[in-house]
Design a protein around this ligand. Structure first.
Ligand SMILES: Nc1nc2c(c(=O)[nH]1)N[C@H]1C(S)=C(S)[C@@H](COP(=O)(O)O)O[C@H]1N2
Ligand SMILES: [Mo]
Length: 160
């Protein structure tokens, strides 16, 4: 069964930081981060998902985290993109465990096993969501964008 033998570990996620930093994370990079376990119920089924906090992944690309998530940094947003073109956006602070008790994780396992084609290898899980729509399957890229950049007072107006 050649299809079933395709190794999930061969797949990667492209992460882009707010200052344009970009890196490619492998399944091993994701697996090496501190792990969380989140139970999520959707469509009447409950599953146990496992993986790092999304913000720990974003920190690798220079996203502000922890106490830095205040003031102008609250203008940062996250765009999660999947290989089927699905896109989910939210404020960066929503993924900060110091801001909200409901966690966002980048799951690489469901019910103790890697997720198969159509779901994995990486899936966003938003703890506490009442429907699974934000649970992006097949995540392929994550971008952190600073929407505050355009209004930055340090950028002088160009007069012509
Ligand atoms: N990549 C991707 N993720 C997605 C979707 C999608 O179309 N593409 N649909 C979302 C919606 S609307 C739902 S209800 C759930 C369904 O996930 P499930 O098949 O695990 O129940 O996936 C979410 N994640
Ligand atoms: Mo849905």
């Amino acid at each position: 069964m050649a299809l079933l033998a395709s190794p999930a570990a061969a797949q990667t996620i492209a992460v882009t930081g707010p200052e344009g930093q970009s890196l490619t994370l492998s399944a091993a990079d994701i697996a090496a981060l501190p792990r969380q376990t989140v139970t999520f119920a959707g469509h009447g089924e409950s599953h146990v998902y496992e993986g790092p906090l999304l913000i720990d992944v974003l920190a690798k690309a220079g996203a502000p985290t922890g106490k830095a998530l205040r003031g102008p940094n609250l203008a940062h947003v996250v765009l999660v993109e999947s290989s089927d073109g699905y896109k989910v956006a939210f404020g960066l602070a929503e993924s900060d465990p110091g801001t909200r008790s409901n966690r966002m994780i980048l799951a690489d396992k469901a019910d103790g096993a890697p997720m198969g084609e159509g779901q994995g290898p990486f899936r966003l899980i938003v703890e506490g969501d009442l429907r699974p729509a934000r649970g992006a399957r097949m995540v392929s890229a994550i971008k952190v964008l600073n929407l505050g950049d355009k209004a930055a007072p340090s950028a002088p107006a160009h007069k012509h």
